[in-house]
Write a protein that binds this ligand. Structure first.
Ligand code: NDP
Length: 455
């Protein structure tokens, strides 16, 4: 191992840490440690494993503010958001700490004996996570994987590895046995790819781009690995004329500009019924005027910079000269990967900005004529992760919710993710569900045992 990784602070472009960069050998060593730790970890009695996970949640809680500040600096996200995210990571460990004692099996009536099922851990699980919500998305995978009795190798994004390394240290100090949690910091195409191909890794849980997810699904086939893929999105917020239009417009900016738009659940397509297009745009402009863009460590900041210069270049390509910019916010001057919150309107659903995941603070407003067209437009995308419906008509709300092909929908709200409810996508937004009661099962195999009782 020779290479060094420089970790930058997106708001200042300054290097905030230098780390040794792992390669294939370090990844193999981490898998070997996880494999060696697995037999003892799976044998830890359920209540004892639960207690260790609660201790880990307490240890994370004690480090809450330090972790939030580290995440805010490294990911360029507002400190208020970072606090919320670290809070969610802690809550995720508390929720799944109940898991070891709730991995129930079935007894099935059969002839000649007793038939029973068990939920067995998989073994070593590889967790590959992105830079947009670094520790939170890692926790969504770590907590159920560990609760079910697996050991893990976590590969954070190279841009944001710092809270993952802190997590590894905190887990060890909280009493999680050596080798159960292993963090490898190195390039995805090297360390991530090695995890996907490694014969001793039983499952990959991945969050990131649809393109990399597609490659992981293909490579995982070679060893019939289990995969959970949480990929991109191009979610629609559908605003009907019978909605509280002011409220929908007031909520729209943070539904897409939160985390500077680097959110797979961003409502980046705002579908507005033609009859209320003008009042909606007026209210949206007023709401955007209130959005505070600036230093992530300022308590009042609501939107920070993008994660990198490359991401800014990619986002800018969706707003070329002559783009239909209807509203544009402001950004601080000086260093930092800033991009102004931007609304393109009116836009056709066939435009590139309406079809591709921009992953930046750019929203498209798309007018529609009636309910049937709204559903058709919402579904006219290869993605299906999230979305919102704004209406005062309860029957319509449920009718449209059932008709939109997406994994997570909110009615008169833009919420997407809760620790206790399932999260994941339809279509090319992914495979499987995270969080909620079912995620635990995704880190297990069902074993069926028949016990003959006839003499
Ligand atoms: P990637 O999908 O490339 O990165 C996500 C994670 O996968 C990172 O840890 C990365 O490592 C790793 N990775 C990269 N290549 C491989 C590989 N061949 N095998 C295994 N692991 C790999 O996302 P990007 O960071 O490049 O972002 C590009 C676009 O992806 C964004 O603009 C956005 O559209 C989308 N995206 C969606 C996310 C979501 O939440 N659904 C999250 C992040 C991105 P490393 O970066 O260290 O090399």
């Amino acid at each position: 191992m020779s290479a060094t990784l420089q970790v930058r602070e997106p708001a200042t472009e300054q290097v905030m840490a230098e780390l040794p960069q792992a390669g294939v050998a370090e990844t193999d060593a981490a898998v070997a440690r996880a494999k060696a730790a697995f037999p003892a970890w799976r044998r830890v009695a359920p209540a004892a494993r639960a207690a260790l996970l609660r201790d880990l949640a307490d240890a994370l809680d004690a480090a809450r503010e330090d972790l939030a500040r580290l995440e805010a600096r490294n990911a360029g996200k507002p400190i208020a958001s970072a606090r919320g995210e670290i809070g969610m990571a802690i809550e995720t460990f508390r929720y799944y700490a109940a898991g070891p004692e709730r991995l129930l099996g079935d007894t099935i009536p059969v002839a000649g004996g007793i038939d029973m099922t068990f939920r067995e851990p998989l073994g070593v699980v590889g967790l590959i996570v992105p830079w947009n919500f670094p520790l939170t998305i890692a926790a969504w995978k770590l907590a159920p994987a560990l609760a079910a009795g697996n050991t893990v190798v976590l590969k954070p994004a190279e841009l944001t590895p710092l809270t993952a390394l802190e997590f590894e240290r905190i887990a060890r100090e909280a009493g999680i046995p050596e080798g159960v949690v292993n963090v490898v910091v190195g390039p995805g195409r090297v360390c991530g790819q090695r995890l996907v191909e490694h014969p001793d890794v039983a499952k990959i849980a991945f969050t990131g781009s649809t393109e990399v997810g597609r490659g992981i699904a293909a490579a995982a086939a070679a060893t019939i690995k289990r995969v959970t893929l949480e990929l991109g999105g191009k979610s629609a917020s559908v605003v009907f004329a019978d909605a509280d239009v002011e409220r929908a417009a007031a909520a729209a900016p943070l539904a897409v500009f939160d985390n500077a738009g680097q959110d797979c659940c961003a409502r980046s397509r705002i579908l507005v019924e033609q009859r209320v297009y003008e009042p909606f745009m007026a209210a949206l402009e007023a709401a955007m005027g209130e959005l505070r863009v600036g230093d992530p460590l300022d308590e009042r900041t609501q939107m920070g910079p993008l994660i990198s210069a490359g991401q800014r270049e990619s986002v800018a390509s969706y707003v070329p000269e002559g783009a239909p910019v209807a509203i544009r916010g402001t950004v601080p001057e000086g260093p930092g990967y800033w991009f102004p919150p931007t609304v393109l309107a009116p836009v056709a659903n066939t435009d590139r900005a309406a079809r591709e995941e921009i992953f930046g603070p750019v929203a498209c407003v798309i007018p529609f004529a009636d309910e049937a067209q709204a559903i058709a437009l919402a579904n006219d995308t290869p993605y299906g992760l999230s979305g919102s419906i704004w209406t005062r008509d309860g029957a319509r709300a449920l009718r449209v919710a059932r008709a939109i092909d997406t994994g997570v929908l909110s009615i008169n709200s833009n919420s997407s993710v809760r620790v206790s409810t399932p999260f994941g996508g339809f279509k090319q937004s992914g495979v499987g569900r995270e969080l909620g009661p079912h995620a635990l099962e995704a880190y297990t195999e069902v074993k069926n045992v028949f016990y003959a009782t006839e003499e």
